[in-house]
Design a protein around this ligand. Structure first.
Ligand code: AMP
Length: 378
């Protein structure tokens, strides 16, 4: 049954508006195009990678009223490719009659680490011990409650390990010199994150990190992909492998939490939920992204329906595709200078190269990814 807020986008009528023009927007636009649907990208950066592959693009700030009107007019439904799109932009688009999916509630929860943690706890899922920090005194209280090592993270606008700093254990209470060092460490951490509203998180001694990519359609249908096992370097995802080596029960628990999150938010589209798997097998939710996710790129080469096609199907009101994994896959991010020279290089069998067409190379910047696929073993 189609509710009043639902909309079917077809190749005959169809244009999907995407807020954000990075690699995720680019891969979404390609997936839409494969289904015969056009996309319109709105992004403020002139050289946005998604502009190259979309039917229409608008280069403007997210608070540019004229641009938002033109965008709302062009798009039958609107979605976004990154979670830091201002909630006000979504509200302005809705006021202009646009149907935005996933909705503003998911966006607002994912933008603020404190609201996110409270929401996840309301699902009955576990999060790392945390303490809200507004002042240096709060940080001290948090550290005495949670202990060290711990991680101080800004509540808003953090990504790829940015906006966070680790606080190491002082090694016990000792002579003045040691406590002075400890005081200095707290002060330094507070300054490093810009003395902004933050949360202090207990450091989890996990056995591995996994993520679940899930999707919910306009009709409430849910599809969950196999878990990926993720390895980070300097807070940036380096590689993801599917299947994950985590215990089956841990993966099932992570999938249950993802499904609950999707249905509680009446979410439409793809979500990426990141988990720590503890040594006893219990799972802790780290965070969720209300969008397609880097740890789901392997689905492009190993599943009948990639996360990008799945997201387009969901927001366009189509039935979801099969999330089944046909192959074993390992995805490696291509960062910074690693993106150069591929035009002269042979690929090994089973390797698939994806470059994002970014003109400016910066250290640690996600420039592309390589997926290695092989026959499914488990
Ligand atoms: P985040 O930006 O919060 O996803 O953090 C990036 C990465 O830092 C995570 O994927 C983990 O590898 C690590 N990390 C973040 N929070 C914690 C934590 N509370 N305990 C242990 N490692 C963490």
């Amino acid at each position: 049954m189609t509710a009043a807020s639902e909309k079917i986008v077809t190749p005959a009528n169809g244009c999907i508006g995407i807020l954000g023009g990075g690699q995720l927007g680019r891969m979404l636009a390609v997936a839409a195009s494969n289904l015969g649907l056009k996309t319109c990208i709105l992004a403020p950066e002139k050289n946005s990678p998604a502009f190259d592959v979309a039917a229409f693009s608008i280069c403007a700030d997210y608070d540019d009223g004229d641009a938002l009107s033109a965008f709302a007019q062009a798009a039958d439904v609107v979605t976004y490719e990154f979670e830091n799109v201002p909630v006000d932009t979504v509200v302005s688009l809705e006021a202009r009659g646009a149907l935005v999916m996933p909705g503003a509630r998911a966006l607002a929860a994912a933008q603020d680490r404190l609201i996110e943690k409270q929401f996840i706890e309301s699902l009955g899922a576990e999060v790392a011990p945390y303490h809200a920090v507004e002042t240096l005194e709060d940080l001290e209280t948090g550290l005495s409650r949670i202990g060290a090592p711990a991680i101080l993270k800004t509540r808003r606008l953090g990504y790829d390990g940015k906006g966070q700093t680790r606080i190491k254990s002082p090694g016990g209470h000792g002579p003045d010199a040691l406590s002075n060092t400890w005081e200095a460490a707290k002060q330094k951490a507070w300054e490093e994150i810009g003395a902004r509203p933050s949360i202090l998180e207990g450091f989890i001694d996990f056995s591995c990190e996994i993520s679940i990519i899930g999707a919910r359609g306009q009709d409430g249908q849910i599809a969950l992909y196999d878990a990926a096992e993720n390895h980070h370097e300097n807070g940036i995802l380096r590689r993801s492998a599917a299947p994950a080596s985590a215990p089956t029960d841990s993966i099932a628990a992570a999938q249950d939490i993802t499904a609950k999150l999707l249905s509680t938010l009446e979410y439409v589209g793809v979500v990426g939920v990141e988990f720590f798997v503890k040594k006893d097998g219990d799972v802790i939710v780290n965070e969720f992204a209300p969008r397609v996710h880097n740890s789901g790129h392997w689905t492009l080469d190993a599943c009948p329906t990639s996360q990008f096609e799945q997201h387009i199907r969901a927001v366009a009101g189509w039935p979801l595709g099969s999330p089944e994994r046909a192959l074993d896959a390992q995805m490696l991010n291509i960062l910074g200078e690693e993106a150069t020279g591929w035009e002269g290089r042979d690929l090994e069998p089973g390797a698939r190269l994806h470059l994002y067409g970014k003109s400016e190379v910066k250290a640690g910047r996600k420039m592309g990814h390589l997926t290695k696929v092989g026959q499914r073993k488990a």
